[in-house]
Design a protein around this ligand. Structure first.
Ligand SMILES: Nc1nc2c(ncn2[C@@H]2O[C@H](COP(=O)(O)OP(=O)(O)OP(=O)(O)O)[C@@H](O)[C@H]2O)c(=O)[nH]1
Ligand SMILES: [Mg+2]
Length: 214
């Protein structure tokens, strides 16, 4: 006799995340550490338009294929990066714990994503540069207050040491599993045919192409 529950639990899901925040906030470093275990180097690699990471994880018998869209923080790319705010179900808003300006811009990013997103995105606020306590200018209470006000999770990470990076994504992955268990239509409908991830990437690349033509 078939078991409906175990059949459901062994299903694969594709999940789209996006990382936003000011230039130099550590967005690419966060994604690169989580997916490739790459620690930061002194060489700066500015993201142009958008970058992409992918990783498969298994949680409670669910296979998640995670697509992470890493946006450029530089203002001159914002017309294009905003095109990617529509679809993600998980959003990481990054700021640097050692840069006040990156914290002051958080609300702008939050509002921009909320205005464009149509998947009921879950948000995590990520404070980066945890390995630089002496240069720190945003304290934990201030960041926690902001996160609580906008109903986000809050976590502090270092892409130099890797501290809390797995936890950062695991927290979001668990939120996604809960949303799936609660039959969240934004995720379930996106996964009617979860096997074909390449087509999905192609669609996203077309969005980038169209935006660049504007
Ligand atoms: N010490 C330390 N350095 C970091 C950390 N995160 C990022 N960096 C460094 O900060 C610089 C900028 O990091 P990126 O990850 O490229 O920043 P970004 O947000 O992707 O920047 P854009 O692509 O321009 O929007 C790089 O030189 C990184 O090596 C961190 O947690 N600790
Ligand atoms: Mg980058």
């Amino acid at each position: 006799m078939s078991n409906t529950t175990s059949h459901q639990e062994s299903k694969s899901y594709k999940i789209k995340y996006i990382i936003v925040g000011t230039a130099g906030a550590g967005k690419s470093s966060l994604g690169d550490y989580y997916v490739n275990r790459k620690t930061v180097t002194p060489i700066k690699n500015i993201t142009v338009y958008i970058d992409f990471f992918s990783k498969k994880v298994k949680i409670n018998n669910k296979e998640l294929t995670i697509h992470i869209w890493d946006t450029a923080g530089q203002e001159r790319f914002s017309t294009v990066t905003r095109c990617y705010y529509r679809d993600p179900v998980g959003v990481f808003i990054c700021f640097s714990l050692i840069n006040r300006n990156s914290f002051d811009k958080l609300l702008t990013y939050y509002n921009d994503v909320q205005n464009i997103n149509n998947r009921g995105a879950s948000f995590t606020l990520v404070g980066t540069f945890l390995d630089k306590p002496k240069q720190r200018c945003i304290n934990k209470e201030e960041a926690e207050k902001f996160a609580a006000k906008y109903k986000m999770k809050y976590i502090e990470i270092s892409s130099k040491t890797g501290e809390n990076i797995d936890e950062c994504f695991e927290t979001m992955n668990n939120i996604m599993c809960n949303r799936i268990d609660n039959f969240d239509s934004y995720i379930i409908c996106d996964n009617e045919d979860a096997s074909d991830n390449l087509d999905d990437m192609e669609t996203d690349r077309m969005i980038l192409y169209k935006c660049c033509q504007q």
